[in-house]
Ligand binder design. Structure first.
Ligand SMILES: [Zn+2]
Length: 178
């Protein structure tokens, strides 16, 4: 949920990860991080009052090995494609394998797209070329800082200054549960 998590920046202001507000608060209270941007509300502890952090910056630089591979999930595909059908740009409800699985198509970033139920159904086990359909964009594995840090999360608007976001992240992913 937006507002219940905080963005953590490295000492160099490079986005690192997203943690719970509770975890971010502990980082600030223990002087491991400083608050860069306040969230909503005030936290009360025995001795002090502290604005809820939305963005924190580590006081010491940490070297982190990055996960370069983004896991292939329904939510991640919807987030990449902005929740839009790859064929008609309508609202997507399903995942389509561009080259059908029944004919050996891979379950891979390059062969999956978000699709509306209508397009998916009428496509059946044909390829877009066989139908004369055109893909709105060539499907690719997502890359970049935003994906590494956010995954399928919907970013808090207060994080935007720190993330170099592709357009697809501007639209909230549907069926966001966490
Ligand atoms: Zn469609």
């Amino acid at each position: 949920m937006v507002g219940s998590s905080a963005l953590v920046l490295n000492a160099t202001y490079e986005p690192l990860c997203v943690v719970s507000v509770r975890r971010a608060t502990i980082l600030v209270l223990t002087a491991k991080a400083e608050c860069v941007s306040d969230g909503d509300g005030i936290l009360h502890s025995a001795s002090e009052e502290l604005p809820v952090p939305s963005v924190v910056r580590l006081t010491r630089y940490v070297k982190v090995p990055y996960r370069t591979h983004v896991g292939l999930s329904r939510r991640a595909i919807f987030a990449r494609d902005g929740g839009r059908c790859a064929y008609c740009r309508g609202s997507a409800e399903t995942i389509d394998h561009v080259f059908p699985r029944s004919r050996g198509g891979l379950h891979a970033w390059e062969n999956v797209v978000a699709a509306c139920a209508k397009c998916n159904h009428s496509k059946g086990d044909k390829t877009p070329a066989e139908l004369g359909w055109r893909l709105h964009s060539i499907p690719q594995a997502p890359r970049g800082v935003a994906w590494r840090v956010l995954g399928h999360r919907t970013p808090d608007p207060r994080w935007m200054d720190w993330l170099d976001l592709p357009d697809t992240h501007a639209a909230p992913a549907p069926a966001e549960a966490a």
